[in-house]
Design a protein around this ligand. Structure first.
Ligand SMILES: C[S@@+](CC[C@H](N)C(=O)[O-])C[C@H]1O[C@@H](n2cnc3c(N)ncnc32)[C@H](O)[C@@H]1O
Length: 368
């Protein structure tokens, strides 16, 4: 998301340059669909590559930040050197509640603009996308929506914008701290934090006692699952990569017996190995990709004591039609927890409405 300084600069100067926002391979893909000269109107309706760029969470998110509202694509065009006037009035839009995003495709040099003026794109190859605020639709055009209208999806879009920026920086976990910190400042809500114990954990544990048992909660967020287990008598360690999440859990449950820690499952404390009778992992592996995903699976499996049980929840299909995170786990990936003496007790794909989606519910046991 855009920082306050960027938004203020935009409102003061009428334009703002954000260097390096889009990765080079994305720009190259778009540039390959650009005509030699002149203007191509509405390329997002004909070119899949351009359509994807116009809908990117970071670009749409920037427009949302600048307009303070949800937006749709009002028009797009590929220009080779034109000025950025908008035809909002002739398109029937009652007020110029628009953001014009100009993506430079020819080189990465900094745009020279003068405060209060519309930047010139003269001589440059550009993709121009005009986003209009949802509350201000034209009477005579059918705009193309780019963001979903539910509050939940807006939160997810916010989180994905942070994730995209973090991953582009080569930092696969930094966005969790940013997200929890932004939520603490009241700027968003953490999409998965429903502030109640996981219903699958509650059903699985029903009737069991935790007395004399050690439990580990992976990616514990704000602590509800950890507290639930502690309430059953488990001796609980719960960890998260985000300091703000861990602080949040501690301050929500000031008299808790849970030992909350900041730790990374990609590099866990050695003393946790083979130490827990119950390990609960819900939706943490699925925020990792490639090698880190396998590393997280091995790290979690390694924590289980002989005779211990590992309970895993993960999405099995994309749940809101958007690109990840999260990235659902395949059957094979869920099965890969069965390493190092762990055996599957059951791996089931279930469908649920609350929260919606298809997911894996899997149980593993380490031989005594
Ligand atoms: C999708 S959330 C799920 C949170 C919680 N388990 C739940 O079911 O609501 C993933 C959580 O894992 C944490 N996390 C992500 N990567 C992590 C890592 N490498 N090590 C520890 N925690 C991590 C995040 O900060 C976040 O709280």
């Amino acid at each position: 998301m855009l920082g306050t300084e960027v938004v203020e600069a935009y409102r003061r100067d009428g334009s703002v340059v954000i260097a390096g926002m889009l990765p080079a391979d994305v720009l190259a893909e778009v540039a390959s669909d650009v005509p030699g000269s002149g203007t191509l109107h509405s390329p997002h309706q004909t070119s899949p590559a351009i359509n994807r760029v116009c809908r990117r969470a970071d670009l749409v998110g920037a427009a949302m930040d600048l307009l303070g509202e949800q937006v749709y694509i009002h028009e797009s065009r590929i220009d080779v050197g034109e000025h950025l006037e908008s035809r909002w009035r002739e398109d029937g839009i009652p007020a110029p509640n628009l953001v014009t995003a100009v993506v430079f495709l020819d080189d990465g040099s900094v745009l020279l603009s003068h405060p209060g003026t519309v930047p010139s794109t003269a001589g440059r190859q550009t993709l121009v996308v005009v986003y209009n605020a949802v509350s201000n639709p034209p009477a005579n055009k059918r705009p193309m929506p780019v963001v979903m209208s539910t509050v939940g999806s807006r939160r997810a879009a916010y989180a994905r914008r942070l994730a995209t920026a973090s991953l582009d920086r080569g930092d696969p976990t930094g966005w969790f701290e940013e997200l929890y910190a932004a939520a603490q400042r009241g700027e968003t809500k953490v999409p998965w934090a429903d502030l109640t114990a996981n219903q699958y954990l509650v059903s699985w544990v029903a009737g069991r006692s935790g007395t004399g048992q050690r439990a580990l909660v992976v990616g514990c967020g704000l602590g509800d699952d950890a507290e639930f287990l502690a309430g059953l008598g488990f001796d609980v360690v719960a960890f998260d990569v985000s300091q703000t999440a861990v602080d949040g859990a501690r301050s929500r449950f000031p008299t808790s017996t849970v030992d909350y820690r900041v730790a990374d499952i990609l590099d866990p404390p050695g003393e946790w190995r083979a130490s827990y009778d119950l390990v609960f992992e819900a939706y943490t592996v699925q925020v990792h990709q490639s090698a880190a995903r396998g590393q997280a699976v091995k790290g979690i499996a390694a924590m289980l004591a002989p005779g211990g049980t590992l309970l895993v929840l993960a999405h099995s299909r994309p749940f809101d039609g958007e690109a990840g995170p999260p990235w659902p786990l395949t059957r094979e990936e869920v099965g890969s927890f069965a390493v190092d003496g762990l055996e599957p007790v059951g791996i089931t794909e279930i469908t649920d409405d609350n929260p919606p989606g298809r997911r894996w519910l899997a149980e593993f046991r380490r031989q005594p």
